[in-house]
Design a protein around this ligand. Structure first.
Ligand code: TYD
Length: 136
C-alpha cells in the first residue's frame, strides 16, 4: 500500500434548506466494512494527533466539523491533505503513517475504521515503521 492508494472519497450530499446531510455505508462509499467509529474533538490549538501507522487497519477520516490537515507517509513519499468539508472522506489504507494537525477551533475529526481497537496493530515508532516498509 502506498499513498497513491489513499484518496479523497466524495460522499453523497443531500442538500436541503433545513440543513444538509451526508452519509457513508458499507459497500458503497467506504471500501471496507465499518467496525468502529471514533472522533477527536476539543483539540487545543497547536496540538497534533496520530503519529503512527497501522499494520492492517483501514480508515476513512472525515472533517465532520471545521478543518485540519493530514500528512500521509508510506516511507518513500509524503502527501498532505487539507480536510474542510463534511461531505468528503480521506481513505487511508493499511501501513501508512499519518499525522493530523492544524485543527481549527471546534473541529471534529471523525474516523470510520475497518476493525475494533487493537493496540498490537499500531506502529508508534517511526524507525520501526520504515523497517516495516522495507525502507532503510
Ligand atoms: P490513539 O489512536 O493513539 O490517538 P490518536 O488519535 O492521536 O492517534 O489513541 C489514544 C488513546 O485512546 C489510546 O491510549 C487508546 C485509546 N483508544 C481507544 O481506547 N479506542 C479507540 O478506538 C481509539 C482510537 C483509541
Amino acid at each position: 500500500m502506498t499513498i497513491d492508494d489513499c484518496r479523497i472519497i466524495d460522499l453523497p450530499r443531500i442538500v436541503d434548506e433545513r440543513g444538509n446531510l451526508s452519509f457513508a455505508q458499507n459497500g458503497d462509499q467506504v471500501p471496507f466494512d465499518i467496525r468502529r467509529v471514533y472522533w477527536l474533538y476539543d483539540v487545543p490549538g497547536g496540538e497534533s494527533r496520530g503519529s503512527h501507522a497501522h499494520r492492517t487497519l483501514e480508515q476513512v477520516i472525515i472533517a465532520a466539523g471545521g478543518s485540519f490537515s493530514v500528512t500521509l507517509d508510506d516511507g518513500r513519499q509524503r502527501k498532505t491533505f487539507f480536510l474542510n468539508h463534511p461531505y468528503q472522506g480521506l481513505y487511508v489504507g493499511s501501513g501508512i503513517w499519518r499525522d493530523i494537525f492544524d485543527f481549527s477551533s471546534g473541529s471534529v475529526c471523525m474516523v470510520l475504521a475497518s476493525d475494533k481497537y487493537v493496540e498490537e496493530d499500531y506502529i508508534r515508532e517511526y524507525p520501526e515503521f520504515l523497517e516495516y516498509k522495507g525502507v532503510k
